[in-house]
Write a protein that binds this ligand. Structure first.
Ligand SMILES: Nc1ncnc2c1ncn2[C@@H]1O[C@H](COP(=O)(O)OP(=O)(O)O)[C@@H](O)[C@H]1O
Ligand SMILES: [Mg+2]
Length: 316
């Protein structure tokens, strides 16, 4: 990708982020510019504690088409369904809190945006890449929190379908929060279109079969693998925005997720906490029947994992 200082400073797309408004929300800064969306920090009056996720026009059309075809709801509405129950502390809730959603009209047409609580923290994918000490200290607790978040989604009748370390954030005070409910869908629905992040997709997700919570448990296994070993279980040499190479990447990863056993996590991380290898490998079983059959047994197993590494030394 060509280097651009404007892009680096968040001044791309022809508009200064600070001049943007979404309804009554005033943008403070651009935080993320991805293929599907841009995420901004925003304020309402004096309160600067909001995040706005604005869909890109192309993705906006795709998301609307899919919601219509499968009679599902858009991300903002889905988010409201998994919000913290009244009377509970939102800080303790393992899923980002959705405040609302709306439509913005600009020269590129009508665009969907979602208003969420602003989380002051770091994306765990980046934390793994830079070996952030906070993630190292809190990784076991983060794993339990993400599992709890998945449990809430499943209890309410949905699958997340896009669990990956990009979609787990850790706040500066060390709390994990599950993000990105853009692919969340009712349990049992099957989509003709493949959706998800290929490095984390379950074999049945690659095969576009109806998905149940056990598919999220596979992706959770990949997330654990990455957090505890520092790398993904399956790698591919293909990586580009070029369509042909993207298809190769997809095919390559699909073959591996369908056929290859993942390299034992302990071969990559000698200080893996005791019991973690069994959990990761059971989550990542190829056949859904061989995995944990829900978050409950998984939580029981995670509760038993010790802080000590397999060699007896503290692993954090
Ligand atoms: N509520 C939030 N508070 C702070 N940062 C956020 C929030 N939501 C998203 N982000 C940041 O933006 C990134 C992309 O958000 P995500 O919802 O995953 O969008 P996409 O659908 O484009 O992947 C996240 O990885 C995170 O770094
Ligand atoms: Mg995401």
């Amino acid at each position: 990708m060509a280097f651009s200082l404007m892009r680096l400073l968040g001044l791309s797309a022809g508009d200064s982020a600070q001049n943007r408004r979404f309804g009554d929300y005033q943008v403070v800064k651009l935080m993320h510019e991805g293929e599907k969306s841009c995420v901004y920090q925003a304020r309402l009056g004096e309160e600067a504690a909001f995040a706005i996720k604005a869909y890109r026009p192309g993705y906006n059309r795709t998301a609307r088409r899919l919601a219509k075809r499968y009679h599902t709801r858009m991300e903002g509405e889905m988010g409201l369904l998994v919000n913290p129950p009244a009377g509970t502390d939102p800080k303790e809730h393992p899923i980002v809190r959705t405040i609302g959603f709306g439509w913005e009209f600009n020269d590129r047409g009508r665009c969907y945006y979602i208003v969420q609580e602003y989380l002051d923290g770091f994306n765990t994918k980046h934390m793994i890449a830079c070996e952030h000490p906070l993630l190292k200290q809190r990784r076991l607790e983060a794993a339990r929190t993400v599992a709890r978040g998945l449990g809430i989604i499943h209890e309410r009748g949905f699958v997340h379908r896009d669990l990956c370390t990009d979609n787990v954030l850790m706040t500066r005070d060390g709390r994990a929060k599950l993000l990105d409910l853009g692919f969340m869908a009712p349990i049992g629905l099957s989509f003709r279109e493949k959706s998800g992040t290929p490095s984390y997709m379950s074999p049945e997700q690659f095969q576009a079969k109806p998905l149940n919570p056990v598919s999220d448990i596979y992706s959770f296994g990949v997330v654990l693998y990455e957090i505890f070993t520092g790398r993904l279980p399956f790698l591919t040499p293909y990586n580009s925005h070029n369509r042909d190479l993207m298809m190769r990447r997809m095919g390559d990863l699909m073959r591996q997720h369908l056929r290859n056993p993942p390299p034992p996590p302990s071969s990559l991380a000698p200080d893996l906490p005791q019991g973690m290898e069994e959990i990761i490998l059971r989550c990542m079983e190829k056949s859904p029947e061989d995995r944990y059959q829900g978050v409950r047994p998984l939580m029981v197993a995670l509760a038993q994992v010790g802080e000590k590494g397999q060699n007896g030394r503290a692993s954090v």
